[in-house]
Design a binder for this molecule. Structure first.
Ligand code: FAD
Length: 301
């Protein structure tokens, strides 16, 4: 899946030693080795500075302690990139990225968490009790982990945006098919002005989102995608996706609430997209910082 190949895999490319890459990546490419990334903790999601897992430098290894939650691929993963605070550092942003492997002593998984949607995907808690992670399994520089995580975020958000825009268009198509077939008050539901107006709005919004996302993809390919653009693409596409899912269920009536209709699954699967990979509120914070950046400080009253 995308998490494995586009979100976690690149960490090895960017920050892994030659030896680590040679050892881990062939299995990732063949599909024998499944990857996950563990940042979130019960007390630290949007605010990663609240992270409590620690990695203590013990010479030839790091001693990892703590727990993580809501980790995608948490059950199936063979390799987990774990973010932890560097023990003894004076700032909460001093993180270490460690490669924890299946079978390492002290590494345990919780149950597969039950979710509202995305039932095909495993999501779990992970526990680390005095796990000895060899220095060879370090990604990047110890203490720079926070910045290493930030480096990939614009692309990660763009990936989320590409998916959300496609989901929105698919939900639009499914809903159009339905309202053209559904007859009430002697005519197809598609003939009602309410249906036409609401669908017209969403058609235009999804087109706009798709155009901006395509622009961001082109900018990314040219090496010009900024964090601000990634945040705008993710916020716009997931919010539009959500409006489309809600309208889709509404126009399906009771059928939209039934599992046998695709829009029902699309609705529950999409709900998380405004939360994970940086919530819409966090996207607004990022965009807001740019709106009121240094350039405009002189305008402050
Ligand atoms: C299905 C699923 C899969 C996931 N997979 C992974 C994974 O593979 N790896 C991983 O590390 N994590 C994963 N997560 C965790 C996900 O990244 C977090 O849930 C997300 O970052 C939000 O953190 P939180 O749940 O702690 O919510 P909180 O951070 O507690 O946020 C609660 C609310 O407060 C809002 N908020 C936050 N900051 C501000 C602010 N400054 N101003 C105003 N409002 C604010 C949020 O937007 C949200 O609405 C996954 C989550 C889910 C649900």
């Amino acid at each position: 899946n995308t998490l494995h190949s586009r979100l976690v895999g690149p960490y090895f490319q960017r920050f892994g030693s030659e030896d680590l890459r040679r050892r881990i990546l062939p299995g990732c490419v063949s599909g024998d080795t499944i990857l996950a990334i563990a940042m979130t903790e019960p007390g630290a999601g949007s605010d990663l500075a609240g992270m409590r897992a620690t990695a203590e430098d013990r010479g030839d290894h790091f001693l990892l302690n703590g727990s993580k939650t809501y980790i995608s691929n948490g059950i199936n993963a063979d390799i987990v990139v774990v973010a932890a605070r560097l023990a003894g550092a004076d700032t909460p942003r001093a993180l270490v990225l460690l490669v924890v492997e299946r079978g390492m002593e002290g590494f345990e998984r919780g149950r597969n968490l039950k979710k509202m949607g995305l039932s095909a995907q495993d999501t779990a808690e992970l526990f680390f009790a005095n796990v000895k992670v060899p220095k060879a399994n370090l990604l990047g520089e110890p203490g720079r982990g926070f910045y290493h995580l930030m480096e990939g975020l614009a692309e990660e958000r763009l990936i989320a945006a590409v998916g959300a825009a496609a989901n929105a268009r698919r939900a639009f198509d499914v809903t159009r098919d339905y309202v053209m077939q559904r007859v009430l008050f002697g005519q197809p539901l598609a003939q009602q002005q309410n249906t036409q107006f609401r669908m017209a709005e969403l058609d235009a919004e999804i087109d706009l989102v798709q155009t901006y996302v395509d622009h961001c993809v082109a900018e990314h390919n040219a090496g010009r995608l900024t964090g601000n653009m990634g945040a705008k693409a993710k916020m716009l596409s997931t919010e539009t996706e959500w409006r489309m899912m809600d309208l889709g269920v509404q126009l399906h009536g009771g059928a939209g609430y039934m599992d046998e209709y695709p829009i029902s699954h699309m609705f529950t699967d999409a709900r998380v997209n405004r939360i994970l990979a940086g919530s819409s509120e966090v996207m607004r914070l990022i965009i807001g910082r740019d709106v009121f950046s240094q350039t405009y400080r002189s305008l402050l009253a």
